[in-house]
Design a protein around this ligand. Structure first.
Ligand SMILES: Cc1ncc(COP(=O)(O)O)c(C=O)c1O
Length: 413
C-alpha cells in the first residue's frame, strides 16, 4: 500500500505545527517528537492565551457576583458551555455538565444515575475499557450490589458485537463503552451499539476520552444517552471535562456533590436544588479550564475534525506499514476500524526500556499498561509501548521512530 502523506501532504501540517509553541522544544538535546497524544495532547497558543486572558482580565467567580469581572467570567464560562453543546450536537446547554474530566464524568454517572440501581442490576462494559470506565462501576457494585458484565474482544481488538447483543439482558441498566480504545486504537461501532442497547430499552454511555479529538461526534445523531470526555485530550487545559447527558435522564438524577451553586434554597431542615446544569456542578468550577476548553473547541473546529481524521488515517496507514515490517515488533490492536494508536511489543525488550531509550532520542511514547490492565491480560502482555498520533505529527516523525526502534533492539541483542 502506498501512502502519499510524505510527498503530497493534503493537509498543511507545518502551518498547524506553528500553532503549538511546545513543538519547538529540545528534548534530551533532540527536537521533541511527541507521540503520546493518547495520554494528553499539546496545547495551541490560542488555548494558553484564553486561559491567561481570563486570569489577566476577568478572573472573577461565576454565577455569583453582580460586578463586572464576575459577569465577564460568567459570560465566558457559559459561552464555553454553548461551544461544547454545538461541538457535540447536543440539543440544550443544560445537557452539558462540566466535570474534572472523563473520570469525573463517569464517576458522576455511577454515583448519581447509580442511585436508581439495585442489587442484581447489571452494567455492560467491554474488555478494552480504561480503568476509569471499570472501577467506578465496581465501586457502585460494592455500594448497591450491581454486577459488571464484560463484553470480550477478538484477537485484533474489535468488540465482539454478537456477544454484546447477548449480554444486554433484562437486568441491564446501562451499556458503558469506550468510543475509541486508548491502548488499541479500536474505533467501536457506536451507532450499532446504541441500536442494540436501545432495542432493549437500555441507555448507553460513551467514554469519548480518546474519540473527542480524532473523529466528529454528534450525540443527537448517535442517539447516545451519556458521553464523557476530557479537555486535555482535546488540546485544552487539564482539570476539566464534560459529561453530556440526555436531559430526561439528567433531570431524574440526584445531585452528586453538594455545595455552592447547586442549590435553590438551603435551610437546616431542607435544601432544594438548582435546575440543570447547576444541580450537577457543585462548587467553584475550573473556570479558566472551561474557557480554555472553549478555545480548544474553536481551534479544532477551525481545522475541522473530518480533515483531522482523514490526515490521521493517512498517518496511521503510513506508520502501520513502517512498524509492522520491523523484525521482532508485534502490533497489539489491529482492528479494521482504528484510530492512530500504535501499541506494540518488541521481542526481548521490556516496554519500559523501549520508552526510556526512545526518550533518549527525543521521542515521547507511553510505556505501561495504559490504565487498561484487564486488556493487557487479554493480550498476555504486562505492558506495551504506545505511539499515539495527533494532527501535528508528521511522516518524518514516524520515520524517526522507525529508525530508532531497531537501535533500541540492537542494545538488547
Ligand atoms: C479511554 C479513556 N477513558 C478515560 C480516560 C481517563 O481520562 P482522564 O484521566 O482525563 O479523566 C482516559 C485517559 O487516558 C482514556 O484514554
Amino acid at each position: 500500500m502506498t501512502v502519499d502523506v510524505v510527498n503530497k501532504p493534503n493537509f498543511d501540517v507545518e502551518a498547524v505545527r506553528r500553532d503549538f509553541p511546545i513543538l519547538g522544544t529540545m528534548a534530551r538535546g533532540k527536537p521533541l517528537i511527541y507521540l503520546d497524544n493518547a495520554a494528553t495532547t499539546l496545547k495551541p497558543a490560542a488555548v494558553v492565551e484564553a486561559v491567561t486572558n481570563y486570569y489577566l482580565t476577568s478572573s472573577g467567580n461565576v454565577h455569583r457576583g453582580v460586578h463586572y469581572i464576575s459577569e465577564e467570567a460568567t459570560r465566558l464560562y457559559e459561552e464555553a458551555r454553548e461551544k461544547v453543546r454545538r461541538f457535540l450536537g447536543a440539543s440544550a446547554p443544560e445537557e452539558i455538565i462540566f466535570t474534572s474530566g472523563t473520570t469525573g464524568a463517569i464517576n458522576l454517572v455511577a454515583h448519581s444515575f447509580g442511585t436508581h440501581l439495585s442489587e442484581g442490576d447489571e452494567i455492560v462494559i467491554s474488555e478494552m475499557e480504561h480503568h476509569s470506565n471499570i472501577v467506578p462501576w465496581q465501586l457502585l457494585g460494592e455500594r448497591r450490589g450491581v454486577k459488571l458484565k464484560v463484553c470480550p474482544i477478538d484477537d485484533r481488538g474489535a468488540l465482539r458485537m454478537e456477544v454484546l447483543a447477548q449480554l444486554i439482558g433484562p437486568r441491564t441498566r446501562l451499556v458503558a463503552v469506550a468510543a475509541i480504545s486508548n491502548a488499541l486504537g479500536t474505533i467501536n461501532p457506536l451507532a450499532q451499539i446504541v441500536e442494540l442497547a436501545h432495542a432493549k430499552g437500555v441507555p448507553v454511555l460513551f467514554d469519548a476520552a480518546q474519540a473527542v479529538a480524532h473523529m466528529p461526534l454528534d450525540v443527537t445523531k448517535l442517539g447516545c444517552d451519556f458521553l464523557a470526555f476530557s479537555s486535555h485530550k482535546l488540546f485544552g487545559p487539564t482539570g476539566v471535562g464534560v459529561l453530556y447527558g440526555r436531559r430526561e435522564l439528567l433531570e431524574k438524577m440526584p445531585p452528586f456533590m453538594g455545595g455552592g451553586d447547586m442549590i435553590r434554597t438551603v435551610s437546616f431542615e431542607k435544601t432544594t436544588y438548582a435546575d440543570l446544569p447547576a444541580k450537577l456542578e457543585a462548587g467553584t468550577p475550573d473556570i479558566a479550564g472551561v474557557i480554555g476548553l472553549g478555545a480548544a473547541i474553536d481551534y479544532v473546529t477551525g481545522i475541522g475534525l473530518t480533515a483531522i481524521s482523514a490526515y490521521e488515517q493517512e498517518l496511521l496507514a503510513y506508520a502501520t506499514e513502517k512498524l509492522e515490517t520491523l523484525p521482532g515488533l508485534r502490533l497489539i490492536g489491529t482492528a479494521a476500524h482504528k484510530a492512530a494508536v500504535l501499541s506494540f511489543e518488541l521481542a526481548g525488550v521490556h516496554p519500559h526500556d523501549v520508552g526510556s531509550l526512545l526518550d533518549a532520542e527525543g521521542i515521547a511514547v507511553r510505556a505501561g499498561h495504559h490504565c487498561a490492565q484487564p486488556l493487557m491480560r487479554r493480550f498476555g502482555v504486562p505492558a506495551t509501548a504506545r505511539a499515539s498520533l495527533a494532527f501535528y505529527n508528521t511522516a518524518a516523525e514516524i520515520d524517526a521512530l522507525a529508525r530508532a526502534i531497531p537501535k533500541v533492539q540492537a542494545l538488547f541483542a
